[in-house]
Design a protein around this ligand. Structure first.
Ligand code: JFZ
Length: 487
């Protein structure tokens, strides 16, 4: 158990280290171009319909659910302060007891339709659902393992219910899958050298491939695979196997979206290959972390998955760390989208299948805001490279600019730097009630960017962050006002 804990700590430290490296890809700028067999398959963004759809979601939901929801971060009256889905790695946790928890897993309150409806009302365009976390427990009846939902008192396929219910609500489903599997005997942290272990590892690779193909066979409607548990040497050394498997998954499910966390290149580089090009379709390194500026993203697609408490994804009976407010999460939606990313908010249902009241409250509050302001989130792009302005964030959709105001100016004058040369604001409205606002040209600043003053209604009562919509009018006669606007 001790050894496992040491491995886990090393693995996490490594992950944090690699994460830090990836965020510094700037350093790679003096580009060396090394020919790579297992590097990035498509430097630059994918522009096909499936990827455009993913990019347009703006907001997603993550769900971490598995047998770890039964202890909920506690065992025999003691609280485990770490992430509740990692409790089995807790030194004091008896492994055999964890491995038998599934015999009690009977989430009689689970109603996938209710979850999907709540997610829809929150404004989520997609959901990422844990099919198998590091503990190896399968939420679908995998024919390659006995450690599955089929052998619990509940019996029914949970993944299927989630896929069907969310798909019926028009929410795209992505499946989370941990390659690292603490239950399957053939999993190793380091590439085995001993011939018996080597055979076990080969068997584990076959098992992983089988399970992934099985997921695509069983749930052909899914739109993406969200990989995790891929940071250990054993997997990092499998660049060829993982690359071949990725190609196979893509061939089987055309358009499928796979992030940067699945595989390494042949020199062991993760997330970005030796040339600094992103591996996979979008950058998965922004976990519980937001970029400071759009430049840090190097033009890649990205998502930010966010826990409500500081850390911890699975259900924890007690939230003992700082837990975010709806306001804060809403501001993260604006912030991510102003830099072209999707925010994915995590929910951890309990062992019976209930979403906790705090999460329901958050979903409701976000939903109320999204119902009014969702147009400023869905299908938007960053509004050029304008630095953050005091009042909040900007997004853009075609010839519409959205100003997300988190700090209403005390003098009611919203002074906006547009940073464009060839267009002017036409109509300016409050998104929530289409009230027209007065706008005036305020000249240019030092950077020669245009400034405009938008007059907010006097005495306007502000409870929530609000959005001002600006119609852009191209005053040069150029056809593509939007592209002009992006200069
Ligand atoms: C992993 C899991 O260990 C965790 O339980 C949860 O499922 C989360 C979504 O993913 O945790 C990570 C993985 C990567 C980083 C940090 C935590 N990282 O790259 O910084």
């Amino acid at each position: 158990m001790k050894i496992k804990l040491i491995f886990c700590s090393i693995a996490l430290l490594l992950v944090i280290q690699l994460n830090a490296q990836t965020h510094n890809v700037e350093n790679f700028k003096a580009r060396i171009t090394i020919p790579l067999k297992h590097g990035s398959d498509h430097p630059g963004k994918r522009t096909d319909e499936a990827m455009n759809r993913w990019r347009s979601h703006g907001l997603g939901q993550f769900i971490h659910w598995g047998v770890y929801a039964i202890p909920g971060g506690e065992w025999n009256g003691k609280t485990y302060g770490g992430a509740a889905e990692w409790i089995q790695a807790w030194r004091e946790f008896p492994k055999d007891e964890y491995d038998n928890l599934y015999k009690q897993f009977n989430p009689t309150d689970f109603d996938a339709g209710k979850w999907a409806k709540q997610a829809k009302e929150m404004g989520a365009g997609y959901v990422i659902f844990t099919t198998k976390h590091h503990d190896g427990f399968c939420m679908w009846p995998s024919k390659y393992s006995d450690y599955t939902i089929a052998n619990t008192p509940y019996k029914k396929d949970i993944v299927k219910q989630v896929v069907d219910a969310y798909t019926a609500e028009g929410i795209d489903v992505h499946l989370y899958f941990s390659v690292m599997d603490w239950t399957q005997g053939g999993w190793f942290y380091k590439t085995p050298t001993d011939s018996k272990d080597k055979a076990k590892w080969e068997e584990f690779k076959r098992f992983t491939r089988n399970q992934l193909l099985e997921l695509l066979d069983n749930y052909p409607n899914i739109k993406g695979l969200w990989f995790d548990g891929t940071w250990d040497d054993s997997w990092v050394n499998e660049s060829e196997f993982a690359h071949d498997l990725e190609k196979e998954l893509r061939a089987k499910s055309p358009g499928i979206i796979i992030g940067s966390r699945f595989r390494a290149d042949e020199s062991g580089n993760r997330q970005c290959d030796a040339n600094g090009d992103l591996i996979g379709d979008y950058d998965q390194t922004w976990e519980r972390d937001l970029p400071v500026s759009i430049e840090q993203l190097h033009g890649n697609d990205w998502d930010c998955c966010m826990t409500i408490p500081e850390n911890g994804w699975g259900y924890a009976k007690k939230w003992t760390t700082y837990a975010k407010t709806p306001y804060e999460l809403i501001s993260m939606i604006s912030e991510c989208n102003s830099m072209g990313g999707n925010l994915v908010i995590n929910f951890g249902p309990d062992g019976k299948g209930n979403i906790r009241p705090e999460e329901t409250h958050i979903a409701t509050e976000i939903g109320k805001w999204m119902a009014v302001n969702g147009d400023a989130v869905r299908g938007v792009e960053p509004a050029g490279n304008i630095r953050k302005q005091g009042w909040g964030y900007m997004t853009q959709k075609g010839n519409k600019l959205f100003i997300h105001v988190y700090n209403k100016p005390i003098n009611n004058i919203l002074r906006v730097e547009f940073g464009r040369k060839t267009y002017v604001p036409g109509g300016v409205f409050l998104l929530k009630d289409h009230r027209r606002l007065k706008v005036e040209d305020a000249g240019r600043n030092k950077k020669n960017n245009r400034l405009f003053n938008i007059y907010l209604p006097e005495g306007m009562e502000v409870v929530d962050p609000f959005v001002v919509e600006v119609e852009l009018i191209n005053n040069t006669g150029d056809k593509d006002a939007y592209q002009q606007a992006k200069v």
